[in-house]
Design a protein around this ligand. Structure first.
Ligand code: COA
Length: 704
């Protein structure tokens, strides 16, 4: 018996349990073990049926993703043990029943629908999340699923990657029976019934009555393609899923399976799947902080205070309240406090209108929010999050007050997006309790929480913060202290080059469109308008003295600020706004041209390719400096910051992974080229040069 599975014969039924924690991933070894256990059970005279289930909390999270790299060279589906296992199950002469709890995802669901019958507990979920990894189901899932639930639905399930509750899967015909009782007991009873009635094994691959009509399927799939092109801009795998499912209705099961394997192999080779798999493991890797273990002490966080009831303070308050942690908000005046709390109620109201929240939930959440204008009232909070305007003097004054009133052991967090956390901590007598918690707007929605470790921040404060990020349903990334930390420090060169290319001849719309084509959620100028050109101006004031005299500086954004073009909130920024519609503004274009003329910058055609190189490569170069300075622990930390905080397309894996994909030698050469053309800002980072020369990658690099 393999330790990756457990086999038990209960009465005359063999139960094969996957025992590959934490998610019973179907590694090649697991598949081989299951295959051989099914063959043994088929041969055993005293066994009349087989149950396949998962030990622990789940059925199976699918094929083992960590093995995909080594599968890239495979050219035939016969090299995949998961194929042999599933075909072995389906061809077994005795009924095989999948007993599902937790999740049956990807290869887990393919295994379940390769079984002859399926029983699931009501709160189980099934789905094909491969699309989120840039892949399609590759173990005949695209061919068996439509035979159970029809082609259009199967295509939708594969292309969306959605997890489907067992009850819905039952209605769709994917699950045969739902149980509210004990899963294994009921699976046994089901097996007995089937054997008692003499029901032969039912092969999903031989079902044809639900495959529908080719012409009708084509119409439904065309519709789905339209929906998908809006939802998954630039991503290939949803379309490849539809293509694979479509073939199920056009030919034999075998032909469809071969077609599926060809598409799967192509997807596996794609840079998109490499980017998405990098993101999948990256999201999990960032939660692991060297030196912080499950034994590191934690501080209790049962109550919070938030300083400031503005947009950020309100969003942060909602994030806490949504996680069940009551908040007291401190504002300077009663009027601002009431306005802020009212804005929170209105935001919840929008969720009610959209049917995402019940009115009663809003009332309950609002009772968890109180307000004060008096620092003394927040002295009992376990954590205090400062969300005031970005300005060092103000932050220092607030942290001085917090040090005076906060109870011993309270965590003092600053939502600063750029400022020196050590300078803020230094005004307190407890710098070990101070940490940066940089939320992204809207803070109740955006998943990133960039956490900034000061030089004295204690381990228990870091450990508590990492746990807290999960409670707040955020992806927490721990970074070091420097101006702008990881996210905004790299955003600076990105924004700078986005403006320089305007001065040299590109238009605002061209720059933004090039970035949308690249896959960014928004173009750089649309982002400035949304965040507020006044906000950028204020941050610029903090750093302008640190920039060496004579360095080229963007010319236009300060002029926009002086003209009152603060961005979307006042209807004018880089664009003019009609509601939320951004319209290119000829006056802004004129301003750009006159700024360029005054500075003697000759205008020329700037290609989209140059625009993307200038923003992306300057960012990667800054990322290399951040890595070599130890501000980020690993390049994947930088990538995750960008995927979850800055709308970077997940299928590119993040800015550092993108540079790896382009090839660091090419990135380095182009940076040297731009240095010749544009000077100092383009000085290549020593780490980039080193990796380019040695043929290395950022993902493969580690500090030690
Ligand atoms: N293959 C390999 N490892 C997997 C895996 C898979 N299919 N699914 C999860 N894991 C690993 C994770 O990397 C993580 O490892 P770590 O603890 O070393 O960081 C661990 O299992 C737990 O995963 P996590 O996501 O933290 O647990 P969860 O309970 O929050 O979620 C799942 C469980 C299954 C819902 C989630 O992991 C998931 O969506 N997995 C991918 C499913 C998938 O895409 N399957 C198709 C593969 S083609």
């Amino acid at each position: 018996m393999s330790e990756l599975i457990q086999v038990e014969v209960r009465d005359d039924v063999t139960v094969i349990s996957l025992t590959n924690p934490p998610v019973n991933a179907l590694s090649q070894a697991v598949c081989r073990a299951v295959f051989s256990a099914v063959e043994d059970a088929a041969r055993a005279d005293d066994v009349c049926a087989i149950i396949i289930t998962g030990a622990g909390k789940t059925f199976s999270g699918g094929a083992d993703i960590s093995e995909f790299g080594s599968l890239q060279q495979s050219t035939s589906d016969s090299e995949f043990p998961i194929h042999s296992m599933i075909n072995g199950i389906e061809n077994c002469s005795k009924p095989v029943i999948a007993a599902i709890h937790g999740n049956a995802l990807g290869g887990g669901l393919e295994t379940a629908i390769g079984c002859h019958y399926r029983i699931a507990v009501a709160d189980a979920r099934v789905g094909f999340p491969e699309v989120n990894l840039g892949l399609i189901p590759g173990a005949m899932g695209t061919q068996r699923l439509p035979r159970l639930c029809g082609l259009p639905k199967a295509a939708e399930i594969c292309a969306s990657g959605e997890m489907i509750p067992a009850r819905v899967a039952h209605e769709l015909g994917i699950i045969d029976r739902i149980t509210d009782g004990d899963l294994l007991d009921d699976a046994h009873e089901y097996a007995r019934e089937l054997v008692g009635m003499g029901d032969a094994p039912r092969k999903t691959s031989e079902i044809t009555d639900r495959l529908g009509d080719i012409a009708e399927n084509a119409i439904a799939l065309e519709q789905l393609r339209k929906v998908v092109s809006k939802r998954a801009r630039g991503q290939e795998s949803p379309f490849r899923c539809i293509e694979a499912v479509e073939a199920a209705g056009q030919g034999s099961f075998e032909d469809g399976s071969q077609n599926e394997f060809r598409i799967f192999a192509e997807c596996l080779q794609s840079t998109q799947s490499q980017g998405l798999i990098h993101a999948f493991f990256g999201e999990r890797a960032v939660s692991k902080v060297p030196g912080i273990t499950k034994d590191t002490p934690r501080r209790p966080v049962d109550s919070a205070a938030v300083i400031g009831a503005g947009t950020m303070g309100g969003g942060i308050t909602m994030a806490y309240v949504n996680a069940g942690i009551p908040v007291i908000i401190k504002e300077v005046s009663q009027e601002q406090l009431e306005k802020g709390i009212e804005r929170i109620r209105q935001t919840y109201g929008i969720s009610v209108k959209r049917g995402r929240m019940a009115e009663a939930d809003v009332d309950r959440k609002m009772t968890m929010i109180t307000g004060t204008t008096d620092y003394a009232r927040i002295s009992d909070a376990d954590i205090i999050v400062e969300a005031a305007f970005e300005g060092m003097d103000l932050k220092k004054q607030i942290f001085g007050e917090l040090d005076r009133i906060a109870k011993p052991g309270a965590i003092l967090a600053s939502n600063t997006s750029t400022l020196d956390i050590d300078a803020i901590a230094a005004v307190t007598g407890r710098p070990e309790s101070v940490i940066g918690h940089h939320f992204f707007s809207p803070a109740n929605v955006m998943k990133l929480l960039e956490m900034v470790r000061g030089k004295e921040t204690a381990d228990d404060v870091i450990a508590t913060s990492m746990d807290l990020a999960k409670r707040l349903r955020k992806v927490g990334v721990l970074v070091g202290n420097c101006f702008g930390f990881v996210g905004n420090r790299m955003f600076w060169p990105y924004q700078r080059e986005a403006q320089f290319v305007l001065e040299e001849g590109a238009t605002v719309a061209q720059v933004d469109n090039a970035h949308l084509q690249f896959g960014m959620a928004m173009g750089p100028h649309a982002v400035s308008d949304l965040s507020g050109i006044d906000v950028f101006w204020r941050i610029n004031q903090e750093i302008k003295d640190t920039i060496p005299i004579g360095m080229r500086q963007p010319l236009v954004s300060d002029r926009l600020y002086e003209l009152g073009h603060y961005g979307q909130k006042i209807g004018a920024g880089w664009y003019r706004y009609e509601g939320r519609n951004a319209i290119p503004d000829p006056e802004v274009q004129q301003l750009i041209e006159s700024c360029a003329a005054e500075a003697g910058i000759a205008r020329r055609d700037v290609s989209d390719e140059e625009i993307i190189e200038r923003t992306m490569f300057s960012m990667a170069n800054e990322g290399a400096l951040i890595l070599q300075e130890g501000i980020a622990m690993r390049s994947v930390d930088i990538d995750i910051v960008y995927l979850y905080g800055y709308g970077f397309p997940a299928w590119r894996g993040g800015p550092m992974k993108y540079a790896d994909t382009v090839g660091l030698k090419k990135v380095y050469d182009r940076i040297c080229y731009y240095r010749e053309a544009h000077g100092f800002w383009w000085e290549p980072a020593p780490l980039l040069r080193e990796l380019a020369e040695s043929g290395g990658t950022f993902s493969g690099w580690s500090a030690s």
